[in-house]
Design a binder for this molecule. Structure first.
Ligand SMILES: NC(=O)c1ccc[n+]([C@@H]2O[C@H](COP(=O)([O-])OP(=O)(O)OC[C@H]3O[C@@H](n4cnc5c(N)ncnc54)[C@H](O)[C@@H]3O)[C@@H](O)[C@H]2O)c1
Length: 236
């Protein structure tokens, strides 16, 4: 794990501006409007303000993707209290904050809608050497079901997506090296989660495609479901 338990959090926050610029460019290229807001998902008030601004400027809120997350691999005895807290605060409470900021606008509009929560292979099976991350990704499975029941009353569907390895900064060589060094004492755990197809990692677009399906009319009858995009690794 990183020497500074906060380093993953600060690095994640620092990458956001450039990703926002890229998102803006891609959306505007399609002649569509976009509002980007930089906020910490731990800050419920900031998310509420962002959702209200989006509705005021763009007219409605129909789709919510709660995707922010951190991952700090470490053996159980090396997970610090700070790393545990950051992981639960961002990966679990951050998802709660995101949905509770958005849902009232969807309910008020009365048009239904779709929510997708990004969980993980670690939310279906287990990712060795990250008990905090695995805990957080299982927690949002329960959260998906809970919101699906209550928001279903308003025709809002709630599903989770469970990626395997994705080529993003979270799947960067530094993080992979940390996992590898953490598993040195117990190498057999490295045999877990082998893919049935493909190399065991994917481009982010593979996950975006699954999210686009879940929020589309093609998934109109799917709610409270947990869709894996993992090349089969959950069953190995
Ligand atoms: N990369 C993988 O192999 C993989 C596998 C399974 C699941 N996931 C999940 O996919 C989601 C996206 O991860 P990624 O692979 O793009 O990782 P990433 O590190 O590249 O991106 C994480 C994103 O979360 C944002 N973020 C982190 N902390 C935040 C905070 N406190 N407030 C607001 N935003 C914050 C970052 O700015 C960044 O945009 C995460 O929920 C992650 O757990 C990733």
């Amino acid at each position: 794990m990183a020497a500074d338990p906060d380093s993953t959090v600060s690095e994640s926050i620092a990458t956001r501006s450039s990703r926002h610029r890229e998102s803006r460019r891609l959306v505007e290229e399609l002649d569509r409007r976009i509002l980007t807001v930089q906020a910490d998902v731990r800050d419920a008030a900031a998310l509420k303000e962002a959702a209200a601004r989006a509705v005021a400027e763009l007219g409605s809120l129909d789709i919510v993707v709660a995707n922010a997350g951190i991952c700090e691999p470490a053996k159980w005895e090396d997970i610090t209290a700070d790393s545990w807290k950051d992981t639960i605060d961002i990966n679990v409470t951050g998802v709660w904050n995101t949905i509770t900021a958005a849902a009232p606008h969807m309910i008020e509009a009365g048009n239904g809608g779709a929510v997708v929560i990004t969980s993980s292979y670690a939310g279906k099976k287990v990712q060795p050497m990250m008990i905090h991350y695995t805990t957080s990704k299982h927690a949002v499975v329960g959260m998906t079901r809970g919101f699906a029941v209550e928001l279903g009353l308003h025709n809002i569907r709630v599903n989770s997506v469970h990626p395997g390895g994705v080529a993003t900064p979270m799947g960067s060589p530094g993080v992979m090296a940390a996992i590898e060094s953490s598993t040195k004492e117990n190498p057999k755990v490295n045999q877990m989660g082998q893919p049935f197809i493909g190399p065991g990692w994917m481009e982010p677009e593979a996950i975006a495609d699954a999210v686009a399906f879940l929020v589309s009319p093609a998934a109109a009858n799917i709610t409270s479901e947990h869709l894996s995009v993992d090349q089969g690794m959950q069953y190995f």
